[in-house]
Write a protein that binds this ligand. Structure first.
Ligand code: MN
Ligand code: MN
Length: 459
């Protein structure tokens, strides 16, 4: 049971591969700060690697065969990639799943207002956040504004060197006597996450002149009127690129590593695996942080429908064949896990805790209380995954999410498991999970990618 820190086992070649992967990774999470952008960048990488859009194949009724590389996008927010293997699809596929949405603040539908000659956008946070962490930090604004004529306007402010940043203020310590007595959950309240965007009044305007100035800006910059915010999806996220963390550069700090660290490593795992015996899949879902709901969440029919379409192009127009395919799948449902933090050691139980530098993390179950809401992977399946990891020199560790009854969390594992397929929670340990800047170990990222490639080849 004795484990060794993965950093101690690398030769020069592996260290170089580790470094290259992490450079690519930092770029991916820096340009993919929303689910739309994370999907778009994944599609770009996939197309570069020869993957073609399923819609094109359907339109031309092109037959699908072994070796084909296909991707399908759902509403620009969820993505499934397939490398068709040698075995018939009915025998099942090897699936890597992860999610591309991250905690953030969404701009409300009626957001713009002026208060004492400041202009603000009102927000509603998305996913689980400690609200006090999101004030006094540089913020960026990403998303789309869609006009009634269907024009989609892309918004991206705060990450280019020449861009302004946005932000939310906090009370000065000098006058915080009352605030400092409050519970952490209400120090900053949800309704007070007001994004400050301007302070300059428009000349000649008598009432709400700062708001008027902002409306003029939106008109000139994006060609929109105030009511166009009604059909917009604007996400407020931390500004700035992902960076090396630590004097030894052994870690990565960046926004949205939950769960784009698993999305990226799963995607890379798929691209590197080539054509395998079984069909390989990488499934990137949306809405995990709010319950995997909606048309782009893991609970939607998107994946099942996509599989049916692909089988149809293989000449298999059979409902039972689709069900057999899904039942016979094996999946690593990958999401970040809580890494041991010596500053908060008491929330963990040391034998069943994830540590930085000890490799990809497997969790037999997640959930809270008595494992409530979790998928509980079968021992037989875990044994096989262990075998694959050991045979391929992948460093792995196992853990639970904290001490019993300390809290908990869920993933998309239980959703895919409904088909009767084998599913195991896997992932990368993260520090400061759900904070504006999260931290991962470069070696765990590297081992996760190795694990995913090995799984696709041999599961
Ligand atoms: Mn997650
Ligand atoms: Mn999360």
């Amino acid at each position: 049971m004795e484990k060794k820190n993965a950093w101690l086992g690398y030769d020069e070649t592996e260290l170089q591969a580790l470094k290259e992967l992490n450079e690519e990774y930092k770029h991916y999470i820096s340009v993919g700060k929303t689910e739309r952008r994370a999907v778009a960048e994944a599609v770009r990488l996939a197309e570069e690697a020869g993957y073609v859009d399923l819609e094109t194949l359907i339109a031309s009724n092109t037959a699908v065969k072994t070796g084909d590389k296909i991707y399908a996008v759902g509403m620009k927010k969820t993505l499934a990639l397939f490398t068709i293997g040698e075995e018939p699809l009915e025998k099942g596929m090897n699936i890597l799943g992860a999610h591309v949405d991250s905690p953030r603040m969404d701009v409300k539908q009626v957001p713009l207002y002026e208060d004492h000659e400041f202009a603000y956008l009102d927000t509603h946070y998305y996913g689980g956040i400690k609200k006090y962490q999101w004030v006094t930090i540089p913020l960026a604004l990403y998303g789309v504004i869609v006009k009634k004529d269907g024009t989609v306007i892309d918004v991206e402010i705060g990450d280019k060197d020449e861009d302004p940043i946005l932000g939310i203020t906090d009370l000065l310590i000098h006058l915080s006597a009352d605030q400092m007595q409050k519970k952490a959950s209400v120090v900053i309240e949800g309704e007070d996450l007001n994004l400050m965007i301007g302070s300059k009044p428009l000349d000649g305007e008598e009432k709400d002149a700062v708001k008027a100035q902002m409306l003029k800006f939106f008109k000139e910059e994006y060609g929109i009127e105030e009511d166009d915010f009604l059909s917009a999806e604007l996400e407020v996220v931390p500004a700035g690129k992902a960076r090396d963390f630590g004097l030894d550069r052994s870690m990565v700090a960046g926004y949205g590593q939950d769960d784009r660290v698993c999305a990226f490593t799963s995607l890379k795992g798929l691209l590197d695996a080539g054509v395998c015996k079984r069909t390989s899949v990488c499934l990137l879902t949306d809405k995990e942080e709010v319950g995997s709901i909606g048309a782009t969440g893991a609970q939607s029919m998107f994946f099942e429908n996509t599989v049916a379409e692909i089988m149809n192009l293989m000449g298999i127009d059979s409902n039972i064949a689709v069900r057999r395919c899904l039942k016979n799948c094996r999946m690593l449902s990958s999401d970040v896990g809580a890494a041991f933090d010596p500053n908060f050691a008491s929330v963990n139980e040391s034998k069943n805790t994830a540590y930085f530098g000890y490799g990809v993390l497997f969790m037999k179950f997640t959930g809270r209380g008595g494992k409530s809401g979790s998928n509980d992977a079968n021992a037989e399946y875990l044994a096989d995954v262990r075998r694959i990891m050991d045979d391929n020199g992948v460093r792995f560790q196992t853990a639970e999410l904290g001490r019993v009854d300390q809290g908990g969390g869920g993933t998309i594992a239980y959703i895919s498991a409904k088909y009767g397929m084998e599913v195991l929670d896997a992932g990368v340990p993260v520090l400061s999970m759900h904070a504006p800047w999260e931290i991962c170990s470069k070696s765990d990222i590297y081992e996760a990618k190795k694990a995913y490639t090995a799984f696709l080849k041999e599961a």
